[in-house]
Design a protein around this ligand. Structure first.
Ligand SMILES: CC(C)(COP(=O)(O)OP(=O)(O)OC[C@H]1O[C@@H](n2cnc3c(N)ncnc32)[C@H](O)[C@@H]1OP(=O)(O)O)[C@@H](O)C(=O)NCCC(=O)NCCS
Length: 161
């Protein structure tokens, strides 16, 4: 794999709530980022049901987004995506740390996510953040040739008192 060039970000980085007006830009990034993207309706549903929906802005431009559900002691990180031109600058890591901190502050004990085993970049990120694989969901994802398994990852956020 080619070495990753790390570039400084000379402009302000801000993580803020996603709004309805962000959805068209988010959907465009989603379609560019994934071979099997979420639809616009899924993003609108996530906002409507009150999931933690965040965007990360760089110099006022939407560079990526993250979506998480929280409840019953568990956080589920459902989507994290950084637009290609903003990758390899630590933005996904910042967004993940923000989501994990939100989950912890909301009293969640564990965070879960699914990742395609073929997505080595994302898997490496999650492992470096303390996630561990706890299982596999067979045929969970659509794939070019049929279906692909999902690795299920968990990170403990806090111990019971
Ligand atoms: C996965 C993704 C979110 C990473 O975003 P990013 O902002 O480039 O990631 P970061 O710069 O924060 O990198 C964090 C870690 O990811 C890994 N990583 C990132 N880019 C990498 C690359 N090109 N090659 C290898 N590892 C890489 C490294 O472990 C890195 O850790 P380091 O900072 O200690 O080197 C981004 O590639 C993306 O949006 N991909 C498409 C959507 C997707 O697959 N989302 C995840 C679904 S589970």
């Amino acid at each position: 794999m080619a070495s990753v060039k790390r570039e400084e970000l000379p402009v302000a980085v801000e993580i803020r709530p996603m709004h309805e007006f962000d959805v068209p830009v988010v959907v465009a990034a989603e379609y560019a980022g994934y071979p099997f993207p979420w639809s616009e309706g899924i993003f609108r549903d996530c906002l409507r049901v009150g999931y933690v929906c965040r965007v990360i802005d760089v110099g006022g431009a939407m560079a990526g987004y993250g979506i998480m559900s929280v409840g019953a002691g568990e956080a589920h990180i459902l989507n994290v995506c950084i637009r290609e031109e903003y990758r390899c600058r630590g933005l996904a890591r910042r967004l993940m740390l923000h989501l994990l901190e939100r989950a912890r502050a909301a009293g969640m004990r564990e965070a879960y996510l699914e990742v395609r085993p073929s997505n080595t970049v994302a898997s490496r990120l999650y492992i470096s953040l303390g996630f561990e694989q706890i299982g596999v969901r067979r045929g969970y994802y659509q794939a070019a040739a049929g279906r692909e398994d999902a690795a299920v990852l968990r990170r403990v956020l806090q111990q019971d008192p």
